[in-house]
Design a protein around this ligand. Structure first.
Ligand code: TSX
Ligand code: MN
Length: 592
């Protein structure tokens, strides 16, 4: 594609503006061809950003190592720059959009000197979907381009689809201009001046200083969640932090579920589940984001806006997620994992016994005696969806897949039972708004501390969380077939600290109960916190589990829970919908 063939007038003007301001040495209009990717990857290898893995073991796959200060999303440098602070709400960092742009214009001035600026047109959602949306990312990071090729429909097809329509503008720079003749480093970044700024009114993202994942791949958390959630609010649909799976029963009945969990609950593992119950089949539509619209038939339909997986590597193994392991056998970019002597990858939890020798993600010699980790806990794999052996045949269906159930959950060692069903849509929204999870070692903060993460959207909602709750409540309308809502907890422990539920593939037993409830079969008892399975409703054949402990509702613990929730909800002040206040009061009363 030559510059002359860029048709969209706004795009042409914007590129020119950014070019004049950021002063890149050249502009590369990304087309998305194989040959183009080959050249970009070759340049990344020359720059030592990427290392080619052993083609006999990991064909067409690469390892990237970031600097130790650029390894994760940075929430306290993530801003929602709406007109008023009220619109961003109490859970987002807000900045005045004009002030933020002034600050950023200062940082972006000349920031691409002696670098190439890539123009990356990309489409979120299947190209032929009525719900697909096109964005353009301007970036000076070829690593970002190589990842976006796997995560989105990138290049000419997206630009053709765009035509003369308006688009989401994503501007990104690693923030390291080069002097004439200056040698570049393998991972340029400028983490002293980090900004991931969202302008929900004008549908823009300006990201400066980081080259890593959610900070730099603006397709994902920035556009598909923060900006799209605002679009959903305006247009009557939902942009959610949810996996999408198709589940087929032994009778051949197929139903789709969307599910939302805070980090470290194994979302990708659930999205690619290998069921232990005979005759059941799970197929994956997506592992992270769902865009959901109401169909003509009154049902809720979900598309996966992404085209790949950006998964956490540590903990992923043939035992925990064989389908993920099979997905990443080739054509994969690994970031911050360890390198084996024969040119393959390794991370903590991949095998029971670690290799004798490794090169750690920090490029140091590592042995099993080392006191530091071989892979960074937030190390990632990037791979296209098509490589997943259980990718759903309808994962690219333009109108999406019909959602029968929505599952929420969190990691709790006490109080929250294995599974329950909401009493109504409003009660389900209450359950989702009250989502909590215990922090694990992987996250920063106190280990074991319970944190609220409503809808797993706390870091990803582009507007006031109170308005978000109200938007969810407003989804219930006459003529609509509302999905059933469930809340699960795979992580209950006994007094000895042992997990009460085997989890992983055995979670199909819980999904089977959800499935049966949707069909108005499965047995349930009414409890103060929703419908609970009766003691024999969940198929536990071949398991030794304490179902009584897994389904216990301890009134004293729930009283504490309800009181704490009441205080948490006060964060949202007058924006907390009345019905959530009422549900909280009801819970406090029945557990008194
Ligand atoms: O992903 C997990 N899931 C969902 C799987 C579909 N994990 C890993 C969480 C970290 C990302 C789990 N960990 C799950 C789970 O259901 N359950 C547990 C807790 C657990 C850990 C180890 C065992 C059992 C439960 N091991 C044995 O019982 C041998
Ligand atoms: Mn996620």
């Amino acid at each position: 594609m030559r510059p002359g063939s860029v048709m969209n007038r706004n795009l042409q003007e914007w590129i020119q503006e950014v070019q004049q301001h950021c002063q890149p040495k050249e502009i590369h209009y990304v087309e998305g061809t194989e040959e183009e990717n080959r050249l970009i990857v070759e340049a990344l290898i020359k720059q030592k950003t990427l290392t080619r893995l052993n083609p006999a073991l990991r064909p067409a796959s690469f390892l990237a190592r970031s600097t130790p200060d650029d390894v994760a999303r940075v929430e306290d440098r993530t801003f929602i720059c709406s007109e008023t602070q009220e619109q961003a709400g109490p859970t987002n960092h807000w900045r005045d959009p004009r002030e933020m742009k002034e600050t950023l214009l200062g940082l972006f001035r000349g920031c691409m000197r002696n670098r190439t600026m890539y123009v990356v047109p990309y489409c979120m959602g299947p190209i032929d979907s009525p719900y697909a949306k096109v964005a353009i990312q301007l970036t000076d990071s070829p690593y970002v381009v190589a990842n976006m090729r796997l995560m989105t429909r990138m290049g000419k097809a997206a630009l053709d689809l765009l035509g003369d329509q308006p688009f989401v503008k994503c501007l990104h720079s690693v923030g390291v201009p080069l002097a004439d003749g200056e040698e570049d480093v393998s991972w340029p970044c400028n983490t002293k001046n980090l900004y991931i700024s969202h302008f929900p009114e004008t549908k823009e993202v300006w990201s400066f200083g980081s080259g890593y994942g959610g900070n730099a791949l603006l397709n994902k958390k920035s556009f598909a969640l923060r900006i799209a959630s605002k679009m959903g609010l305006e247009e009557g649909w939902l942009a959610e932090h949810m996996l999408i799976v198709g589940i087929t029963s032994p009778e051949g009945i197929k139903r789709y579920f969307a599910a939302s969990f805070p980090s470290a609950c194994g979302k990708t593992n659930l999205a690619m589940l290998t069921p232990t119950l005979p005759g059941w089949k799970v197929e994956c539509v997506g592992d992270d984001i769902a865009w959901m619209h109401w169909g003509q038939d009154g049902r809720l339909y979900a598309i996966n806006p992404e085209a790949g997986f950006f998964g956490v590597a540590p903990g992923t193994s043939m035992k925990t997620n064989p389908n993920a392991m099979l997905s990443i056998q080739k054509n994969t970019i690994f970031t911050n994992v360890a390198l084996t002597p024969d040119g393959d990858v390794w991370w903590e939890g991949m095998t029971d016994t670690p290799p004798e020798r490794l090169i750690s993600w920090t490029n140091e010699e590592w042995t099993p005696h080392s006191t530091f980790k071989a892979a960074h806990p937030n190390a990632r794999f990037t791979v296209g969806s098509l490589q997943c052996p259980i990718i759903d045949p309808d994962w690219q269906k333009p109108t999406g897949v019909p959602i029968s159930g929505i599952i929420f959950g969190g990691r709790r060692s006490t109080t929250v039972p294995l599974v329950r069903q909401a009493l109504s849509w409003g009660h389900g929204v209450f359950l989702a708004a009250s989502m909590t999870s215990e922090m694990t070692a992987a996250a920063k903060g106190e280990v074991g501390k319970v944190r609220h993460d409503p809808f797993a959207m706390l870091p990803f909602c582009g507007y006031h969380m109170g308005d978000y709750f109200a938007h969810w409540l407003s989804m219930e309308q006459t003529g609509r077939k509302m999905p059933e809502i469930f809340y699960v907890n795979w992580f209950l422990k006994d007094e000895q600290g042992k997990y009460l539920w085997p989890g992983f593939g055995d979670n199909i037993r819980v999904l089977e109960w959800c499935f049966s409830r949707i069909e108005k079969r499965g047995d349930a008892d009414l409890s103060p916190i929703g419908y609970l399975p009766t003691l024999d409703a969940i198929n536990c054949q071949g398991l030794m589990v304490d179902m009584k402990a897994l389904l216990k509702v301890d009134k004293a613990l729930w009283k504490k829970e309800a009181d704490e929730l009441f205080h948490y909800f006060q964060t949202f002040r007058h924006k907390l919908p009345e019905s959530l206040k009422n549900e909280t009061e009801k819970l406090r009363n029945v557990t008194r």
